[in-house]
Design a protein around this ligand. Structure first.
Ligand code: PLP
Length: 383
């Protein structure tokens, strides 16, 4: 029976073995709370790893984006420019603040925010007489966006950048860590990310004062008074000490995880890229991706098969795969929002959504299991 084959997941958690040591420390010290020595140490270790002044550990990547938008003063009716090709967690915080997202297409070189679309959106906003309060740039599937031209355009208009590096921890751009290019950067430790704490996130910045303010908001905005006193609205967004203990154990092996995922990508590409109509997510020379997920494009005309057929066939063999993120400008939630494309006519993000498939890419994926996936795809796609 096909059902009896062990399931191959897209990107399952991969523990290192160090996590339990740190959890034991947390138990022995009885810091079972959303604060404690593990949280402080995890923040310090993350800041050191990515090379920024401060890091704030929070309950999710989405919470980290929300705090970043509040720090930038994003409020009701404000515009926020966002990558369209992304996960909803990038954009929901814009709605929490009552702001209005404007979506930008991808460029074909990195699949990330198109500088051409960004320029068009700024020209439009200037004409409308309302510049955005912030730009949220996503580093998709573990590859940094082309930050230099993006930052140049944003600086020219004096608009700050939030870098959504939820998928790109461990990647670099021009030798500097992904997530440290914007005014604020965010990471996610959700169960499917390159390292995980079960759930969690991190806000990073060189602006230590801003992160102090974010800490205040993330812990219910308690005024410095001997009783519980509140002048501002806050949130319960702090990371638990147990969760931080898991993160410390995971961070120790991050570089190995990047290595493993890059090797998985290399094997898929070596085995399948020779088939006509099949291609893979490109890697820009300016950066080094962590290859969080291997994404393959299938040209339906050349291959006479669509990605959904491949996904269903893999599912029959108990293998999990997924379409590429459905672009935000095509979500019912965002009907009526502005969208700017990379070129005159073609929308790159739409094409990537229609032709893209995320293949099993977990760092614990065995070579035998990967060969199973490759065999099935080869049988289906003749080119
Ligand atoms: C996972 C993810 C998020 C959200 O992170 P959570 O920790 O799940 O809240 C945001 N943006 C992108 C691009 C993501 O992949």
């Amino acid at each position: 029976m096909e059902d009896s084959k062990p399931r191959i997941y897209l990107s399952p958690p991969h523990m290192s073995g160090y996590e339990l040591e740190y959890i034991k420390e947390a138990f022995e010290s009885n810091w079972i709370a959303p604060l404690g020595p593990q949280v402080n140490a995890f923040e310090a270790e993350m800041a050191e790893y990515v090379g920024c002044r401060k890091a704030l550990a929070v309950s999710s990547g989405t919470a980290a984006i929300h705090l970043a938008l509040r720090l930038l003063g994003v409020g009701a009716g404000d515009l926020v420019f966002c990558s369209s090709l992304t996960f909803i967690g990038s954009v929901n915080p814009v709605l929490y603040q009552g702001a209005v997202p404007v979506f930008l297409d991808s460029e074909p070189e990195s699949w990330n925010m198109s500088p051409a679309a960004l320029s068009k959106a700024f020209a439009w906003a200037e004409q409308e007489g309302q510049l955005p309060k912030a730009v949220i740039v996503v580093n998709l599937y573990g590859q940094s966006a082309d930050m230099e031209p993006i930052l140049e355009i944003c600086h020219a208009y004096g608009v700050p950048v939030v870098e959504d590096a939820a998928e790109s921890l461990g990647a670099t751009y021009r030798g500097k860590a992904s997530g440290t290019w914007g005014k604020f950067g965010i990471f996610s430790f959700n169960g499917n990310k390159i390292i995980t704490t079960s759930g969690g996130g991190m806000l990073v910045s060189d602006d230590a004062e801003a992160l102090e303010k974010a800490l205040f908001w993330a812990t219910q905005a308690r005024d410095p008074a001997p009783w519980y006193q509140h002048t501002e609205m806050g949130f319960n967004y702090r990371m638990s000490n147990i969760v931080a203990a898991i993160g410390r154990g995971q961070l120790k092996v991050l570089d190995q995880r990047v290595q493993a995922r890059r090797e998985i990508f290399r094997r898929y590409e070596a085995a399948l890229s020779g088939i006509e109509g099949i291609s893979f997510m490109p890697e820009m020379a300016s950066g080094r991706a962590n290859r969080w997920l291997t994404v393959m494009l299938v040209d339906p005309v050349v291959c006479s098969i669509g990605v959904m057929e491949i996904i269903r066939a893999l599912e029959k063999e108990n293998i999990e795969s997924r379409p590429v993120w459905k672009p935000m400008h095509r979500q019912p939630l965002f009907a009526g929002c502005q969208y700017f494309t990379n070129g005159e006519e073609e929308s790159v993000s739409d094409r990537l959504f229609e032709q893209g498939i995320c293949l099993p890419s977990g760092s614990s994926l065995s070579q035998a299991d990967q060969e199973r996936v490759i065999r099935i795809i080869k049988q289906m796609v003749k080119g």
